[in-house]
Write a protein that binds this ligand. Structure first.
Ligand code: FES
Length: 124
C-alpha cells in the first residue's frame, strides 16, 4: 500500500531539478543489466552547510521519492552530518520501504553521498 507521504512527494517532488554551478555533483545507477536508470544529485555548500540540494531522477518511483527525501534531510546539515545520513533515515522518514523496492530506494542516499564525495574531492 502506498502511503500518503509517497503520494504527496510523487505529485510534487519539490527538490527535483538542477543547480547551476553546484559545489558537488553525484550520479548513480542501479548497476544491473535490466536497469539503465540514473539519479543525479546536486549540492550547494556555504560555510560547511548544505544550503541547496536538488536531484534529477531518470528512474523509477522509489528512486525518485527517496532522492527527494535525501535532499530534504540534507538541507541545512553540515557536510559531516549529511555524510552520516543513512538509508535507514530515509526509510524511517517514510515509515518503511518494501523489501522489493529496496535497491531502487537506496539510490537517493547513494546519489547524495556521491555529490558529497565530489564536493570533498574538489576541495583537495
Ligand atoms: S527500476 Fe531502475 S532504479 Fe528502479
Amino acid at each position: 500500500m502506498i502511503s500518503q507521504k509517497i503520494v504527496k512527494i510523487l505529485k510534487n517532488p519539490k527538490h527535483m531539478g538542477k543547480i547551476e554551478s553546484p559545489d558537488g555533483v553525484g550520479k548513480v545507477t542501479l548497476g544491473e543489466p535490466h536497469c539503465e536508470d540514473e539519479v543525479w544529485f546536486y549540492i550547494k555548500v556555504k560555510d560547511d552547510k548544505i544550503v541547496d540540494a536538488k536531484f534529477e531522477a531518470f528512474a523509477c518511483a522509489p528512486a525518485l521519492v527517496t532522492s527527494n527525501i535525501a535532499a530534504e534531510l540534507a538541507l541545512g546539515k553540515t557536510i559531516g552530518e549529511a555524510k552520516k545520513l543513512s538509508k535507514m533515515d530515509v526509510s524511517s522518514y517514510l515509515g518503511g520501504i518494501p523489501q522489493i523496492e529496496r535497491k531502487c530506494a537506496d539510490l537517493g542516499t547513494d546519489a547524495l553521498k556521491a555529490a558529497i564525495n565530489d564536493y570533498l574531492k574538489r576541495g583537495q
